[in-house]
Ligand binder design. Structure first.
Ligand SMILES: NC(=O)c1ccc[n+]([C@@H]2O[C@H](COP(=O)([O-])OP(=O)(O)OC[C@H]3O[C@@H](n4cnc5c(N)ncnc54)[C@H](OP(=O)(O)O)[C@@H]3O)[C@@H](O)[C@H]2O)c1
Length: 272
């Protein structure tokens, strides 16, 4: 395993998650520097052997692979800083996790450079994430493979194009929030029927875990077949599902995903 020089510009939640994945899968092999405006917030990186700095340009100079971990609205000031630094970054590999930032927006600010876009989700904290990834201009197969390796500790990675990143941003990035909302509603219903808060949560947790495992362990069956196996005509589940149909559940989910994508496109227009 060859040692890499990696930087994170912005050391927040998602950068921490990716950093943890990298040090775990690559066994602390690499030299990593993290930059951010508040050094005291970067102590957890230092404890794991990383260098920390409040100077983004020091991190840029240090590394061959640069993760941009700042919020989308902070990106313009960071890119201006990189551009104005005089550092030759044309051979560095940038990896952006920012929603709404298309390759063209990076090229128009930085000039020709190598970019990979990724969109992780929060279950990556447990190594159970779904990350979408898309390579920009001049990124070669070796760099693509290296990025896939760096992300492997986060869970699964799906290679796609820029529209795919947007779609999976909604369907995998935002969707945990929809699943939490679904679970919150069921926990509330459990509590309403006399179970304690703790019991209700434990009941719905186990139901959700078991249901996800049923889907995973029955690859030869469509999910609809698993649903039908719980549903006898005229029975209790049947009545519940009929209410979901009456309340247009599928149409609602379609609108939910469309709303996410509309917002993504608004961000893209904002950061053009
Ligand atoms: N969280 C998610 O689930 C998720 C999923 C997919 C993609 N993303 C993307 O990941 C990126 C980061 O999100 P996050 O949730 O990790 O946000 P976050 O926790 O707020 O992290 C952002 C970090 O950027 C630092 N920062 C602010 N200004 C900076 C500057 N000028 N130079 C360098 N660092 C600076 C902040 O430092 P201070 O705190 O010290 O100000 C903070 O540590 C975003 O682009 C987001 O779209 C997040």
């Amino acid at each position: 395993m060859s040692q890499l020089k990696i930087a994170f510009i912005g050391g927040g939640n998602m950068a921490t998650c990716i950093f943890n994945g990298i040090v775990k899968t690559r066994n602390h092999e690499d030299q990593i520097m993290v930059s951010g405006p508040h050094l005291e917030k970067l102590a957890h990186f230092k404890e794991q052997g990383a260098l920390v700095t409040s100077d983004n340009i020091e991190a840029l100079k240090f590394a061959d692979i640069v993760f941009l971990g700042v919020k989308p609205q902070i990106m313009p000031e960071v890119l201006d800083e990189l551009k104005g630094s005089g550092v030759d970054y044309t051979n560095k590999l940038f990896i952006s996790m920012a929603a709404g930032w298309r390759f063209e927006a990076f090229y128009s600010r930085l000039g020709p450079c190598k970019f990979i876009r990724i969109m992780p989700n929060t279950p990556a904290q447990l190594g159970l994430g779904l990350t979408s990834m898309c390579c920009g201009l001049d990124v070669n197969k070796e760099q693509e493979a290296l990025c896939l390796e760096l992300l492997s500790g986060l869970g699964k990675t799906v290679l796609t194009d820029e529209e795919g990143i947007n779609s999976l941003g909604a369907l995998a990035g935002s969707a945990p929030a929809f699943m939490y909302r679904f679970m919150e509603a069921l926990v509330n219903e459990t509590q309403k029927r006399g179970f304690s808060k703790e019991e209700s949560r434990a009941i719905i947790e186990q139901m959700a875990l078991g249901t996800a495992q049923m889907v995973i362990h029955n690859q030869d069956k469509d999910i609809s077949a698993l649903r039908e196996a719980v549903t006898s005509k005229g029975g209790t589940t049947f009545q519940g599902l009929a209410q979901m149909t009456e309340y247009k559940f599928e149409e609602m989910m379609s609108q939910v995903i469309e709303a996410c994508l509309r917002r993504t496109h608004e961000f893209e227009n904002m950061f053009k």
